[in-house]
Design a protein around this ligand. Structure first.
Ligand code: NAD
Ligand code: UDP
Ligand code: UDP
Length: 317
């Protein structure tokens, strides 16, 4: 399409969410026109408040399970609740967002000949038996458990992306995102980093599920946003899927102790039951992202937590 006003017009679905709001900000600062589409289920409008007056920014409150008619050059499809508490609140809606939402965005990309990127997830690997997880691993996912609405929804969305690519020649990119944290995470969304920081700052016990020996790899939001943009701009013909995450691996108990230490909190650890199907280990193999896009995270856990703790301190004050 002809676009006289900027390099590119870019649609970000889920643009009012944690990752989406950082992505919109970065795309605007790179000089692009940005359309943010969000139903504000888990992304409060405050996340994008400071962007609303920007001449190249537009916000549309819309649910992507319904058709959408717009013109653009690129689509980042991020709309979907990401924390287990939020995606299990209405699991059928989560599936609809993943599948009907992906279909609508793919239909939109097909009509407008836009390049389209799917925000997929490390959850497609389920509770993995291969460690660290390369993109070639097919995963071990429970199809009927409480996490399935998200895990299987995201797996089916990947299938749809690849079928639109094969059947209609769509220019697709699929990024598998591992646990990402940073400022603007929702303080009540139940994810581990936000929970622990808020608990530590309030002097409440840190709720470690299970014995805390399960592992996760935590990527700082700026690194992840940089990775998403590199995936979108990767060479023609490169579709992914490609892992984006920080390969540093920590047990949940180590994370709790680090956060208690860094906040100077007197909080204790309170062990709670482990939710069902909670993966025991997770760590990305990022060799493909390094090779294809020269991407690797730059922000280590402690500097990233420092910035995130600063954000939550301000929020709580
Ligand atoms: P988030 O919940 O903060 O953001 C999701 C956004 O999507 C919210 O603004 C929400 O209101 C919006 N949304 C949900 N359903 C919608 C619908 N039907 N129509 C329109 N908008 C809708 O979550 P996040 O952490 O920013 O995650 C963004 C994307 O990245 C998600 O697709 C998620 O699955 C993926 N992801 C995130 C992580 C992570 O660690 N943050 C890890 C893996 C994958
Ligand atoms: N779609 C949309 N916006 C568009 C084009 C399509 O929301 O600009 C939706 C459309 O409603 C359909 C889905 O995308 O449900 C898939 O579209 P496609 O053209 O691939 O399939 P079809 O409409 O032939 O079923
Ligand atoms: N977790 C925890 N306490 C909390 C929240 C989460 O111990 O208050 C654990 C959770 O059981 C999981 C890990 O931390 O093992 C990461 O959880 P999160 O919900 O952040 O992400 P996901 O399980 O989707 O990776």
């Amino acid at each position: 399409m002809v676009n006289y006003y900027s390099d590119r017009r870019i649609l970000v679905t889920g643009g009012a969410g944690f990752l989406g709001s950082h992505l919109c900000e970065r795309l605007l600062s790179d000089g692009h026109e940005v359309i943010c589409v969000d139903n504000c289920f888990t992304g409060p409008k405050q996340n994008i408040e400071r962007l609303l007056g920007h001449p190249k920014f537009e916000f549309i409150r819309h649910d992507i399970t319904l058709p959408l008619c717009l013109e653009m050059d690129e689509i980042y499809n991020l709309a979907c609740p990401a924390s287990p508490v939020h995606y299990q609140y209405n699991p059928i809606k989560t599936i609809k967002t993943n599948i009907h939402g992906a279909l609508n965005m793919l239909g939109l990309a097909k009509r407008t000949k836009s390049k389209i990127l799917q925000a997929s997830t490390s959850e497609v690997y389920g509770d993995p038996t291969v460690h660290p997880q390369p993109e070639s691993y097919w995963g071990r996912v429970n199809p009927i458990g409480i996490r399935s609405c998200y895990d299987e929804g995201k797996r089916c969305a990947e299938t749809l992306f690849f079928d639109y690519h094969r059947q209609h020649g769509l220019n697709i990119k699929v990024a598998r995102i591992f646990n990402t944290y940073g400022p603007r995470m929702h303080p009540n969304d139940g994810r581990v980093v936000s929970n622990f920081i808020v608990q530590a700052l309030k002097g409440h016990p840190l709720t470690v599920y299970g014995d805390g020996s399960q592992t996760r790899s935590f990527c700082y939001v700026d690194d992840l946003v940089d990775g998403l943009i590199r995936v979108m701009n990767s060479r023609d013909g490169f579709t992914g899927p490609v892992n984006l995450g920080n390969p540093g691996e920590f047990t949940i108990r180590e994370l709790a102790e680090t956060i208690i230490d860094m906040t100077g909190s007197g909080s204790k650890i309170d062990f709670k039951p482990l939710p069902s199907d909670d993966p025991t280990q997770r760590k990305p193999d990022i060799a493909l992202a390094k090779k294809e896009m020269g991407w690797e995270p730059k922000v280590g856990l402690e500097p990233g937590l420092e910035k995130t703790i600063g954000y939550f301190r301000g929020l709580i004050a």
